[in-house]
Design a binder for this molecule. Structure first.
Ligand code: ZN
Length: 120
């Protein structure tokens, strides 16, 4: 019995595993952001401070965009449409989901996008 790839549902076990991973990642990012914000910059000069500030801002923004992707993945799990490719709608490989639970596109669409990026 071969299921239609498009209609194939992600198994509950995989979704559970991914959910746990997403929650862990979220916690780690939040902890990182907190520790960065609490970094002591009082003893550094103004120039250092500004340089640090820019670095911290970049890191925090980076963390925030990761958080956003993680939150979106968690929302998709709640809605029950988790694991489907944004581009083609096919279900994403479960092994890939377990490795990168916040992923939004399947392997073939990801490589398509990469090819398009290179052409620019
Ligand atoms: Zn796809």
């Amino acid at each position: 019995m071969k299921e239609n790839e498009i209609g194939k549902e992600i198994s509950k076990e995989t979704i559970e595993k991914c959910k746990k991973k997403l929650l862990n990642k979220k916690e780690m990012i939040n902890a990182n952001i907190q520790s960065m914000k609490h970094e002591d910059t009082t003893n550094t000069g103004l120039i250092d401070y500004e340089a640090n500030f820019v670095n911290i801002l970049a890191l925090v923004n980076h963390g925030n965009s990761n958080l956003l992707r993680i939150d979106n993945a968690l929302i998709r799990i709640e809605k029950g449409n988790y694991g489907h490719c944004f581009d083609c709608g096919n279900s994403i490989d479960e092994g890939l989901l377990e490795n990168i639970p916040e992923i939004t596109i399947c392997r073939s669409c990801a490589s398509d996008r990469q090819k398009k990026e290179k052409r620019k």
